[in-house]
Design a protein around this ligand. Structure first.
Ligand SMILES: [Ca+2]
Ligand SMILES: [Ca+2]
Ligand SMILES: [Ca+2]
Length: 137
């Protein structure tokens, strides 16, 4: 009886921890795993070209209605209201690919305080690095 109770309790505990897994996955990627994902030439850092390749794929994936631009709905929170305004110099309320890549390049620059043109895991873990990752994920 006691054993059955304990195994029942374990099953509940497992189910609860199982529920916690998706939340953990939803957390922003760490700098190190982001480097692994983006760093196609495997040098341990990411350069703007690699980031732009990922960003370009993200843009195409998000651009559901094929009108050539991302609106707030398609961006799904990747840009805040203020961020969208900043990334939208022609103020048409949407982000075309050129505007999107310019915003990505801006964030890349902000995340690269040592200005060596590459981002390492530590730089990607910074606030600016995370802002970049949030935009291209
Ligand atoms: Ca669109
Ligand atoms: Ca625009
Ligand atoms: Ca750097």
């Amino acid at each position: 009886m006691a054993l059955r109770f304990i195994s029942g309790f374990a099953a509940v505990a497992f189910a609860v921890s199982g529920l916690a897994v998706p939340a953990a996955l939803a957390k922003p990627v760490s700098g190190a795993s982001a480097v692994k994902m983006i760093d196609t030439d495997n040098v341990g850092t990411v350069d703007l070209k690699e980031v732009e390749a990922v960003a370009s794929a993200t843009f195409d994936r998000l651009e559901k209605d094929s009108d050539g631009t991302l609106d707030a709905k398609e961006l799904k929170g990747r840009l805040s209201k203020a961020g969208l305004k900043q990334a939208d110099p022609d103020s048409d309320g949407t982000i075309d690919k050129k505007e999107y890549l310019a915003a990505v390049a801006d964030r890349f620059k902000a995340a690269d305080p040592d200005g060596d043109g590459t981002l390492d895991a530590k730089e990607l873990n910074s606030k600016a690095g995370k802002a970049l990752l949030a935009l291209i994920k």
